[in-house]
Design a protein around this ligand. Structure first.
Ligand SMILES: [Zn+2]
Length: 125
């Protein structure tokens, strides 16, 4: 699925466009979902694919919404990221390629994973 970038630029906030389309990062502790614990699901802000759910969210203290697992929909895919002199694993939306954040292997049981996600990449439902 390809998304019209001009339409996205109109629909999204400037920061959401920057993060999802230009692989930006929101400033820590500023995102609206960093300290957000309502029950519900987190969808891709660009294409509405379901990505994460509240049951997998935990407080990592890193300043970004953190999840130890994605949903069974498997809409989050992984890419090697060697930018900024680091080897990291980027996470993107499977359907529209939106940049979401990175995944690290210092998360809690049972997965040991920490999906570190920008709030502006997400839409809560
Ligand atoms: Zn998407």
């Amino acid at each position: 699925m390809s998304i019209d970038k001009a339409q996205l630029a109109q629909r999204l906030s400037r920061e959401a466009f920057y993060v999802t389309q230009e692989k930006g990062t929101e400033r820590p502790f500023t995102g609206e979902y960093n300290d957000h614990w309502e029950a519900g699901d987190y969808h891709c802000v660009c294409c509405d694919a379901r990505l994460f759910t509240q049951a997998h969210k935990f407080n990592a203290g890193c300043g970004w919404p953190s999840f130890f697992e994605q949903t069974d929909d498997s809409n989050v895919v992984f890419r090697e990221d060697n930018s900024h002199g680091m080897v990291r694993t980027e996470i993107v939306c499977k359907h529209c390629d939106a940049h979401l954040g990175h995944v690290f292997d210092d998360g809690p049981a049972p997965t040991g994973q920490r999906y570190c996600v920008n709030s502006v990449s997400l839409s809560f439902k």
